[in-house]
Design a protein around this ligand. Sequence first.
Ligand SMILES: [Fe+2]
Length: 183
Amino acid sequence: MFELDRFIAECRTAVSVDKTHKSVREIVARAVSEPTAVIAGLGGPTRAGVQRLYNSAELTILNVVWGPGMTIMPHNHLMWAVIGIYTGREDNIFWRRVPGEDGGRIEAAGAKSLGERDVEPLGRDIIHTVTNPLLRSTGAIHVYGGDFFAVSRSEWDPETLLERPYEMEKNLQLFERANARCA
Ligand SMILES: [Fe+2]
């Protein structure tokens, strides 16, 4: 059974004891090992969006619902993250900065496809792109080791792959655009 209040309390306790992602990874893994329970607890993924479940200076917990076929542009977090999928699939491309290039240009460095019950920790400096490759929504719990909404970080233009400041509002609008496409 997935109880949101208990899940939040467990994550808060975990980061108060250990600032790394390790204990949170186990908590998220346990949660998404029962996907139907998470769906019962959070509600099925109907609309694309980023739902704040908990947010403090040390910890952010989000319910992220990716619309069908949706992709977001390359970005970093500048804090660790743990991603757990409770329905659907997230295809990740991982990027690295091209050494010595102006403009912070990136190149693809790897990929990982995450499906239901998968849990993936992401390091502090990771740069990634997320695509939902499915014709239905993908739902994931994202936990971050800091205030996801307060840190100034970077995104990369998906066409030129050049770095620029991350714009939260613009990224959140991508979810609304996905909803409009599906309406
Ligand atoms: Fe991300």
